[in-house]
Design a protein around this ligand. Sequence first.
Ligand code: NAD
Ligand code: IPM
Ligand code: MN
Length: 354
Amino acid sequence: MIVLFKGDGIGPEIVDGAVTVLKRVEQKFGHRFRFEPALIGGASIDDCGKPLTEDTVAVCKQADAVLLGAVGGPKWDSIPVEDRPERGLLGIRSALGLFANLRPAYLYQELAAACPLREERVNGGIDLMMVRELTGGIYFGKRGTVTKENGKKSAFDRMEYSEEEIERIGVIAFRQAMTRRKKLVSVDKANVLDTSRLWRSVMHRLSERFPEVEYRDQLVDSAAMQLVSDPGQFDVIVTENMFGDILSDEASMAAGSIGMLPSASLGDGTRGLYEPIHGSAPDIAGRDAANPLATILSAAMMLRISFGMEEEARAVEAAVQSALTSGYRTKDIAAQGETVTGCRKMAEIVANAI
Ligand code: NAD
Ligand code: IPM
Ligand code: MN
């Protein structure tokens, strides 16, 4: 059973696109998926006042996988942070124990013109895997706002990592590297932060367990710089929650658009949550203008990782490739003068190419 969280903004449009593709997979490969629609984020707030309910968490715990569009938008921006749509997303990641977030950034050669980097910077290709820690760090630490004696406020967000949390994400990253080009960069801020020094020491220890992996550390500021100056050098990057959030949006532009980057959030078992890395894009919502490919590629990751359907996953990825090769472009990936295809049509093109 697949829980479908359409969410907010462009969420319903892109999830519908992914479902169109999954229905074609059913037909083509003789499967039957059971889809279970559920509410999260702003849609859930509008329904019952909370961004995520216990009943919804319980349904997700019964599921084989969760497919999510995006949450949030201006309508809910003035709500206190504790009750905002984004809390629903953090809540479900945490409730399902999804500590490992895999965010592949791949530049399709057809999209070189959509990539803002000059051609010579990307012509060696870009194919990197960001491994982001997802249930720890500053996102989940103690936080608060206090009023001082002078009447002014002070706020804090605490960043904490335990060795166990670092080790389990590190193991995932080293294993990813072993299945790829065997290169791993761990990104931290060890020249300033204690959490980063602990992070680095655990990664060094792990690197002895994976001698085949060419390992190095890099400070986050310089990694951010190199992601635009020479993105092709990276194979696997492992980093903590907030650095990974920021760096993966940056890496997405090396792939041409944030509308191209899928993700898988995983825990100890095979159940996963699959979602594009982008948000609800309120500026283009409801206009059939969103790029559904990040969500479609997330569905492909779901087929591969949660369902062990490698052939089906490859068929979806090949269909995405074929849509791009045939020249179909949503607005975000269209170069000047190229014809623009809508969200729904793009999903249909991909589905028909399977
Ligand atoms: P965003 O990722 O929603 O949008 C950033 C820019 O990228 C916008 O110009 C948008 O139009 C464009 N964009 C994003 N996805 C696209 C797609 N599929 N096709 C074409 N263009 C696309 O980031 P934001 O504007 O900073 O955030 C909007 C809301 O989304 C906020 O409430 C934020 O909290 C939320 N958000 C949710 C998630 C999530 O659900 N996983 C992720 C990020 C942001
Ligand atoms: C993402 C988003 C989320 C995050 C927000 C919406 C909580 O930006 O999935 O990248 O910061 O993890
Ligand atoms: Mn983000």
